[in-house]
Design a protein around this ligand. Sequence first.
Ligand code: SF4
Ligand code: SF4
Length: 380
Amino acid sequence: MNALLPVRPEPPVEPPLALLAELTHRCPLQCPYCANPLELERAAAELDTATWLRVLNEAAALGVLQVHFSGGEPTARKDLLELVRHAASCGLYSNLITSGVMLDAASLAALAEAGLDHVQLSFQDADAAQADRIGGYRNGHARKLVVARQIREAGLPLTANFVVHRQNLDRLPEMLALGQELGASRIEVAHVQYYGWGLVNRAALMPSRAQLERANAAVAQARADLRGRITIDYVVPDYYAARPKACMGGWARRIINITPAGLALPCHAAETLRGFQWPSVRTVPLGAVWRDDPGFARFRGTAWMPEPCRSCDQREVDWGGCRCQAFALTGDAAATDPACALSPSHFMMADAVAAAEAEAAAAEAPELVYRRIRTAALVK
Ligand code: SF4
Ligand code: SF4
C-alpha cells in the first residue's frame, strides 16, 4: 500500500447503504466487458450457504438496507431462493441482477413468493443477432424477451439494463423503445467501464465522440417523452467527461461488495489494485470489515487526497473519482482519476479517445476477447 499519505478515516463511519453479493462468477454468457475480474473464481471456491446467511445477518445488523444478488449469474446458485427468503426475513430490500437466461415462470414466481423485491435484467443489444454475438450465447436475446414478460407476470418491478459501447450504441433508440415495450419501470443505460475485461477490449468497445453525441440526444429525447412514467439512468462515459463520477458513491461510503470466494471489497474492481490484502468474510465479521479494515479506510473521505483534489471544491461531490481507474491508467491508486480534466494524467483519456476515433474510422473493429476462463490466461 502507498505509505506516503496517512491512513486517516474520518469518523463517524456511516453504515453502508447496500451489500453487493456476488454469489458466483459462473455465467452462461461471455460478455467482453464483464465487470468480473480476469481471474474468475471457480465454483469450488464459492462461499457456502451458511456463510452467506450469516453475512446477510451481519449486513442487517450493520445497518445495510439493500442487498443486490449479483454475479456472474446469481441464478446459477442452487440456494438463491433460500438467500432471498433470508434477506427478506432480515428486512433487507432485495434486487436480483441477472442475465435472465436461466429463469422461467416457475422460478420467478418462487422468488417473488420468497420476498424478492426487484429484478434488473441485462440486455446486450436490441437486435437479437447482435445481442447474441456480443453476449456469446445463442438465442439468449429471445429468451430474455420471454423472461422480461414473466418477471412482470410474477408481479416484480423490472429494470432493463443496456450496456452500451461502440458496437451497439447506434441502436440506443431501439434499446430505449424495447425497455418501454417490456414494461420496465426503469431503464439503465450503462456505458462500459474500462477496467478488467472492458480494458482488454477497449479498442473494440470505446465509442466515438459522434456516437456519444447522438446517444446523449436520444436519451434526452426519451427522458422528455417518458417523464413521470419511466426513469432513465444514464451516465456519460468517463473518457468523454471533464469530471469523474463519484465511483461507488465514494470509496467505502455507500456499498460493500463480497466476491464469490468471500473477499470483502469497497468496490467490485478493487481486486485489481496492487498491494491490498482484502479481508475475508469467512473469518472477519462484516461490521469489523467496514469499520476497521485499513484498505476500506485508505481512500475513505478526503484526508488521503493529493492535489489537485485536496483543495478542490468538488472533493465531497465526486470523492476524487475512481481509484481502480486511477491505478489502471497511472499505476497509482492514490492519483487523481485521469477522467478529471484537472488531473496531470488527463491526457491519457484524450489519447484513448483519439485511438477510438481512429478505430471507428477504420473498416474493421478489433476482435472481441470474450469473458472465459481460458481467454483470461491469454490477456493477463
Ligand atoms: S456481464 Fe455478461 S458475462 Fe458478465 S456476469 Fe453479466 S451476463 Fe455474465
Ligand atoms: S480535482 Fe479531484 S475532487 Fe476536483 S473535480 Fe477533479 S477528481 Fe474531483
